[in-house]
Design a protein around this ligand. Structure first.
Ligand code: A5P
Length: 224
C-alpha cells in the first residue's frame, strides 16, 4: 500500500525539478522509485528532510542540494502519521518534523503518501510530536501539558531521543483534537518549542494506498 502510493507520487516528478524527499517507511519507497527513474536518465535534484533520507538518497545516486543552494522546491513527497478529512496532518513519528515542515513550506506543491490506516476523521489518536530545545525542557514540557495533554520525552535505546537538530521530542497525547489551528498557535507560543507535528492546510494532495490494491488521490479544497 505504501509502495503503491509512493510510486504514484513519483510519477508526478518531471525533468529538471527540485524535489523534497520525505522521511519514514512510506517516503522510503518514494526515494527508491525516484532513484530508479534517475538511473533511467531523469535529471532532477533533491533535498532531504532528514539525515537518514539524505544518506539513503546519496547511496542510491540521487543528486542532492543543500538548503542554501535552493530558492524554492518544485514538489515534496512525504509520509504522515495521520491525515484528517481536511487533509490536515500529524507528522513527526520519525522525528524529522522540523525539517519536514521547513521543506514543506518551501515547496510549490506538497504531496503526502499514506496507506489507508493513516486516515482519521479528527487528528489526535497518534500522539502529537513536538520538538523542543534541551535547555529548560522540563519547564517546556509542563507548559505543553497545561494545554491538556499527557506528554513525555521520546526515548530511543534507553536514552532521550535526540533529533537531527540536537533537540528533544515530546510525544503528546491530546486525544481528539477539535481545533487543530488554535492548538498549533498555542503550542508555538511556548518558549522552548521549536515546532509541532501539526501540519495545517499544507498538503496539496494526499495519495492513499488501500488494502485492495487501489489508490485514491485526495486534493485540498483550495485547488479542486
Ligand atoms: C517522519 O518524521 C514522519 O513525519 C513520517 O513522515 C511519518 O512518521 C510517517 O512515517 P511512515 O511512512 O513510516 O508511517
Amino acid at each position: 500500500m505504501k509502495q503503491m502510493a509512493a510510486e504514484e507520487a513519483v510519477n508526478r516528478i518531471q525533468e529538471g525539478m527540485i524535489v523534497g524527499l520525505g522521511t519514514g517507511s512510506t517516503a522510503y519507497w518514494a526515494i527508491q522509485k525516484l532513484a530508479a527513474r534517475v538511473t533511467d536518465g531523469l535529471k532532477i535534484q533533491a533535498i532531504a528532510t532528514s539525515s537518514h533520507s539524505e544518506k539513503l538518497a546519496q547511496s542510491l545516486g540521487i543528486p542532492l542540494l543543500a538548503a542554501a543552494q535552493i530558492n524554492s522546491i518544485d514538489v515534496t513527497i512525504d509520509g504522515a502519521d495521520e491525515v484528517d478529512a481536511d487533509l490536515n496532518l500529524i507528522k513527526g513519528g520519525g522525528g524529522a518534523l522540523v525539517r519536514e515542515k521547513i521543506i514543506a513550506k518551501a515547496s510549490a506543491y506538497y504531496i503526502i503518501i499514506v496507506d489507508e490506516s493513516k486516515l482519521v476523521d479528527k487528528l489526535g489518536k497518534f500522539p502529537l510530536p513536538i520538538e523542543i530545545i534541551p535547555f529548560g525542557a522540563e519547564w517546556t514540557l509542563k507548559r505543553i501539558t497545561a494545554l491538556g495533554c499527557k506528554a513525555s520525552f521520546r526515548q530511543a535505546e534507553g536514552k532521550v531521543y535526540i533529533s537531527d537538530n540536537g533537540n528533544y521530542i515530546a510525544d503528546c497525547e491530546f486525544g481528539v483534537i477539535h481545533q487543530s489551528g488554535a492548538l498549533q498557535e498555542a503550542i508555538n507560543l511556548i518558549p522552548g518549542v521549536v515546532e509541532s507535528g501539526l501540519f495545517i492546510r499544507m498538503a496539496d494532495e494526499v495519495i492513499v494506498g488501500y488494502n485492495d490494491e487501489s489508490i485514491k488521490t485526495l486534493r485540498s479544497k483550495e485547488i479542486i
